[in-house]
Write a protein that binds this ligand. Sequence first.
Ligand SMILES: *[C@@H]1O[C@H](CO)[C@@H](O)[C@H](O)[C@H]1NC(C)=O
Length: 193
Amino acid sequence: MRGIILCAIFGVISASAVASTEPFNWRDWAKRPSIIKRIGALAQSELAKAGHGPGPSSACQPVECPESRDRCKFSPEKNKEVVLDFYSQVFVLRNFSVVDAYYDPDILQHNPYIGDGKKPFMEYIVTSKVVPFQIFRPVADCDLVYLHVKTEDDRNKPLAIVDIFRLDCGTIVEHWDVAQEIPGKSANPRAMF
Ligand SMILES: *[C@@H]1O[C@H](CO)[C@@H](O)[C@H](O)[C@H]1NC(C)=O
């Protein structure tokens, strides 16, 4: 999808370069508000095509949930509680029954090493090593919850992770993550967290 967005962005930049009478300098493109606006609109339409909601502002409407789901008071704070409970039960206490409680059977997975759905996640998690976790910045934005996490990879190398979850009526329906190794040396005097 990123490729599509980049192509689309490049398309907009080249189109505007052709339309303009001034020579196009790619270094100036970021200063042009109309281009920024169009790129924003393109990103939103790509998100819509990928099956995501139109973004936080309208995703924050009250959600109609089935009566059977009594966790259905879906404020961002409630979504954050669900994710923090899920995360600590699975990764810290290794209580895998929370996967049944919180994970959508058809969860959309963006981590390229894990397939869609509950089963591939279970296969991944039961074989993974126990590693220490510290959650630094849990942030909820409508139906999205972000965690800034310090952990380790399988060879005990420290890692900085951001995990992003999308929730629907108390169920985790989509997941993204990015990971960065924590190097021994830093160019600034602060720790990464
Ligand atoms: C494990 O998770 C389930 C489902 O959320 C919960 O009911 C149970 O109390 C948890 N067990 C422990 C030991 O925390």
